[in-house]
Design a protein around this ligand. Sequence first.
Ligand SMILES: Nc1ncnc2c1ncn2[C@@H]1O[C@H](COP(=O)(O)OP(=O)(O)OP(=O)(O)O)[C@@H](O)[C@H]1O
Ligand SMILES: [Mg+2]
Length: 262
Amino acid sequence: MAAIEILDLEKSYLVGFWRKRPKLALRPLRLTIEEGEVFGFLGPNGAGKTTVFNLIPRLYSLDAGRVFLDGKELTGLPQHAITRAGIARTFQNIRLFRGLNVLENVMTAADPYSDYNLLDVCFFTPRKRRRERAVRELSRSYLRIVGLEGYEKERPESLPYGMQRKLELARALATNPKVLLLDEPAAGLNPSEVRLFIDLVRTIHGQFQFSIIIIEHRLEVVMELSSRIFVLNFGKLLATGSPAEIVCHKAVTEAYLGEEET
Ligand SMILES: Nc1ncnc2c1ncn2[C@@H]1O[C@H](COP(=O)(O)OP(=O)(O)OP(=O)(O)O)[C@@H](O)[C@H]1O
Ligand SMILES: [Mg+2]
């Protein structure tokens, strides 16, 4: 069964001084991402890649289209229900809670919908204590996986950029996703960090076996990790295929890879 099925997704933004002029960002887009697949998303700046990511978990409302996860329709569900169903994402511009430490950042992702009642909260019952201990341990294990063991008490903003990216990843893992959406996770990393990041994603994918959709301008990241790549240009499909097919695709080289070489 396909993990994610996207049917005819469409989006225009309202732009201009009065926000009345529609600007087409995504033409009807159809995509199927298989269970356990790493799917790469390429395209020049402004092609509409992040828009797709924002439409899946309903950060933006879509104009048309439907989204299914394992055959179950997600369209119209509120954001928290979509996270619960198994969609997690990281952001192009890192979003972490500055008021919380590293461990707490992961804990809030691991336990956002705890079923504590008023009694639990007011009296800090054994049930709540047990649950918190379990969430704490689970969150520590995600920090270990991404290589942030020992940084639990740090503030996210005091960490170097590469570590903040790893923390975002730990937060996404903590939601126990079926599909992980990574929006330019290697942006701002130096070449040796990029290498380590590729290895980390590979390890995580091997361990958790979920599907990953990865948007990245660093070609080596997409080429090495993905089994299939989708190239978007001006909000529509330009090409799709294996990494080997994509590097040889004429329209892609002109629209995207050519731009990288200049
Ligand atoms: N909130 C918004 N309001 C208006 N226009 C937007 C908004 N978000 C995106 N756009 C426009 O929609 C188009 C697609 O943007 P999107 O961010 O999806 O591209 P992208 O492929 O992720 O680009 P990049 O590689 O630069 O991140 C662009 O022309 C962008 O300017
Ligand atoms: Mg983007």
